[in-house]
Ligand binder design. Structure first.
Ligand SMILES: [Zn+2]
Length: 641
């Protein structure tokens, strides 16, 4: 409850690249480029009144305690009260945090956000008894209640989801101990965060431009893209050299985090840490392992990409240090916000008129806060309020990246719009495993639309290069992370010690395997062994693989929808029956009424098979065919004069 939404918000935010926004003042921005928070509450005082009212309703939950098993009606009354509170609380929180994001320096909205968060904590504790009490009931009895009382149907998923946890739920006293122990679970991650964000003495280097740069993690991710090769060498050796001095400490923080996962596995009777983590969203461990084996099978495609990158950069030897510089120097593309909206709508036309018309209306009616302004939160995200509409925050600066972000966040927003419109509140939030499918699907349609429209080879090369770099960093690099994560957890499960040195040895072996070091495809230096130490995702308990699976699913789905569209040949996306598109839209409307794997299966991608992965790899190869054809044509013509 609420968990999915928060996690989703975070997911969207971290997926963003930092923008150096040209900021004006918020008051100078035309209203049509701002979101409309008045759709939530007409005024701040209305918000305050709603908050007080909610605070008074919270204690009432206690009166349902001990009543859940009495009758279908009493179960229904309690669940309705709890979900109504959750819905109203989410409205309060979104208003306060969105207002605060308009200007993160402003004290009053920050206070409002904090008091909404406090209310959230009170709510969580006020209903902490509900799941445990349901678990004391006989499952057959719970199911009989649902069959008897039609109004319980919207809560069926919640009830089944609770019952599913029964084999891994402990007695009351043990649960209390486990909850206390859970408080210590984040220690490793927190120490790692303090060290890498604050205390680690990052080196300052001087680039060939004369610029001095303090190489912390964000400066590193910016400057690893530098076009000057000597600069990149300096950036890599300085950054990883600094991390290397803390190899032992970083190993200890990661080992602490893994120990908490082992604790969870043991006390809750799971076979493995992987199974324990994937159990939360009911994802079969097979999906994870299959991703790893599919990627291994596709190393030739990765190596083809690396060889192509070497050719495009004009290098004799490709090294790991050469993987982040864009293959094609950015072409001059700039978009006004209105043009970006129009392009996004046209690019999404294969999804049909209902979809694009709803989005057009959303664009024009206060869903989106487009432009950067002084004090505004950086990055981009999409959120939403049940019974109202989605909200999305952007920092639109007119670059191609910003256009992509608009398409991406609009994918989340339309998912929210369709799901909230079709589902009762209890199943309106969609699972994380499918969330990034809706957003990256739209990115995929956008890039194909832009390719169709591209007037010259330079633009086509840029777009194809962008598409390929995205597949490399998401499909392959995130899976490489997932493989490393599984390997060090298994090492710990076997009782082998986890030290910084061990982790580096393991990391280097996997990285060399992926990048074809021994096959002389791409040279991976010894110093790269420490790369794991700066990646915070290794503390997220088997999370990163979802970046890869989302892109596999969305690439495969977009390919199917686009080819269905082209195959029809009538020119109009609405001219005929489109089973693949309709199945995809149905998934967007389904919220969390089914498990993620089943939702995707019905949309046409069975993530327990290799078919979606093969479709994504086919897309990667087709893009390389196209890119190579352009290069060959250019080579024949000779260099430009
Ligand atoms: Zn996203």
């Amino acid at each position: 409850m609420g968990r999915t939404r928060l996690a989703l918000l975070w997911f969207s935010v971290i997926g963003m690249t930092a923008t150096t926004a040209r900021s004006g003042e918020r008051q100078d921005i035309p209203g049509k480029y701002k979101w409309n928070l008045a759709d939530l509450y007409p005024s701040e005082s209305a918000w305050t009144k709603a908050k007080e009212d909610l605070g008074h309703r919270l204690p009432e939950l206690a009166k349902y305690r001990g009543q859940l098993g009495k009758s279908a009606q009493s179960l229904l009354t309690a669940l309705q009260a709890m979900f109504d509170l959750d819905r109203d609380l989410s409205r309060l929180s979104v208003y306060a945090s969105s207002l605060s994001d308009e200007d993160i320096r402003a004290p009053r909205p920050r206070e409002m956000k904090q008091s909404a968060e406090e209310l959230g904590t009170q709510f969580a504790s006020a209903c902490s008894w509900v799941r445990p009490e349901i678990l004391t009931l006989n499952p057959a009895k719970v199911r009989k209640f649902v069959a008897q009382e039609k109004k319980l149907e919207p809560y069926r998923v919640y009830l089944e989801e609770t019952l599913r946890r029964k084999p891994h739920t402990l007695g009351a006293a043990e649960e209390r101990v486990a909850a206390e122990a859970g408080e210590m679970e984040r220690a490793g991650s927190e120490v790692h965060g303090v060290l890498s964000n604050a205390d680690l003495p990052y080196p300052t280097i001087k680039l060939s431009t004369g610029e001095s740069v303090r190489l912390d993690a964000s400066a590193y991710s910016l400057h690893r893209q530098d076009r000057n090769r000597a600069d990149r060498d300096l950036v890599f050796s300085s950054f990883f050299g600094a991390l290397k001095t803390y190899e032992r400490t970083m190993g200890a923080t990661l080992a602490a985090s893994v120990k908490s996962h082992l604790f969870e596995k043991r006390v809750r009777h799971f076979d493995s840490t992987l199974q324990a983590a994937l159990f939360q969203d009911n994802i079969p461990a097979l999906v994870y392992k299959q991703l790893l084996s599919d990627v291994h099978r596709s190393f030739p495609t990765l190596h083809r990409y690396l060889t192509l990158r070497k050719r495009m950069l004009g290098l004799d030897v490709l090294r790991y240090q050469d993987l982040y510089v864009p293959m094609v120097a950015s072409v001059d593309m700039h978009f006004q916000p209105d043009a970006a909206r129009a392009i996004t709508l046209e690019a999404l036309a294969p999804l049909g008129k209902d979809y694009t018309e709803a989005l057009r209306k959303g664009f024009e009616s206060g869903w989106t806060d487009y432009l950067p302004s002084t004090g505004k939160r950086s990055g981009a995200y999409s959120t939403g309020v049940y019974g109202v509409h989605p909200y999305q925050l952007l920092n639109f600066n007119g670059r191609y990246d910003d256009l992509t972000t608009l398409a991406h966040e609009s994918g989340h927003s339309m998912h929210t719009f369709l799901s909230y419109g079709a589902q009762p509140y209890a199943t309106a939030d969609y699972p994380i495993f499918v969330a990034e499918v809706a957003s990256t699907f739209n990115e995929n349609l956008l890039i194909h639309y832009m390719l169709d429209q591209a007037k010259n080879d330079a633009t086509r090369l840029f777009l194809l290069g962008t598409l390929l770099d995205g597949l490399r960093t998401t499909l392959f690099r995130q899976t490489q992370f997932a493989e490393f994560e599984l390997a060090f957890h298994e090492q710990a499960e076997r009782g082998e010690p986890l030290t910084g040195e061990n982790l580096s040895t393991l990391y280097l072996k996997i990285a060399r395997d992926y990048y074809g070091h021994d096959k002389k495809v791409c040279q991976v230096d010894d110093l790269l062994a420490i790369e794991w130490a700066y990646v915070p995702h290794f503390y997220y308990d088997f999370y990163v693989y979802q970046y890869a699976t989302s892109m596999v699913a969305s690439t495969s789905l977009a390919r199917a929808v686009l080819s269905e569209n082209k195959g029809n040949g009538t020119g109009s996306p609405d001219a005929a029956v489109r089973p693949r598109r309709d199945a995809y839209l149905k998934m967007l409307r389904s919220g969390s009424s089914k498990y993620a794997i089943d939702l995707l299966k019905e949309a046409g991608v069975d993530m327990t098979t290799s078919a979606p992965f093969d479709a994504a790899i086919a897309e990667m190869n087709a893009s390389m065919d196209e890119l190579e054809a352009i290069l060959d044509r250019q080579a024949k013509k000779g260099p430009p004069r």
